[in-house]
Ligand binder design. Sequence first.
Ligand SMILES: [Cu+2]
Length: 370
Amino acid sequence: MNTYIKTLSTLTFTFTLATQAATATLPPPAFSCCATDEHQIGRPDDHAPISVMGDHTHAKGGWMLSYRYMQMEMDGMRHGTDRISSAEVFAADGGYTVTPEWMSMNMHMLGMMYAPTDRLTLMLMAHYIETEMEHRIVSQPAANMINGGDTAFTTRSSGLGDLKLSALYRFYLEDNRKAHFGLGISLPTGSIDEKDRLPAMGGATNQQMPAPMQLGSGTYDLLPSLTFVQQFEDWSWGAQANGVIRLEDENDNDYRLGHKFELLSWVGYNLSEWLGLNGGLSYGYTSKLKGEQKGVNRMGPNGRSVPTAFEDNYGGERIDVILGVNLLKPGGWIAGHRLSIDLRLPLWQDLNGYQLEADSVLTIGWSKAF
Ligand SMILES: [Cu+2]
């Protein structure tokens, strides 16, 4: 968490410096917006905070390449809206033998956009994922029995995630207002057979890991979205609803992840033609996992194995605040290159059962439109 506090203070510091620099050395924003009352591109706030997907469309013949790096940190367990200790997890639901204590997920995302017409933009996104989870075992005797005496263990997985193909259709454009809907499909290219050394009677063995450590959903998923944006002279705002609907009842390992729904809104403000700040709020809902995960051990010396083996310990609701910066090189050398960063910090979360809580999601991205 300390890294993120540092990142946040660096971000704030950069904001302050940039604001001073922008107001001290640059002319006021040079946008002559709305002379033609048209949606403008080529300004910092024509993209939403970088963690928002499918936020913009392109004009006919337009291409865009992007790379995003996302880092999510989850530190400590939660039951409903309350933070809880490992001891409380061990005592819950008749007794868990193991509890997660910390997890990180890093994701590299490579994206491509192409607009065959002014109204239609196609999007392709590939993911490479790295996960790490730290666990604790209920007691020394249990650790002797199942993990060679060690009360802590860490699991890892990495590899390609699910491939996403989407189409964005701009159905509305009037004055400075624009709206598009998106429909995508997520292909189950990510592995759901990731294994690592896990505790077992007689000592740790190589076993199937629970869903949070898997790289894909294992199901074909539908990705609908609806986005609205309105621009003013030096600022804009937008809102988006998006979802993930699992199209199959179970994957090859007998379970499916929860459906997802997110509602978010953001405001972008341009300090200059190359620098924009943004901020927003996101509400996210995820339903419970369905089914018993094949190959995942559900029993342990203390009764149950680990919360992630049980479908009741999945899903919930979360509200995040989003803080970000968009940098855009307007002209000359490397014109059109965009660098963005945003940090999502949960303000509130209500999780089903016993789960790791989310603490921060940092996204850094580069993109270039052609
Ligand atoms: Cu784009």
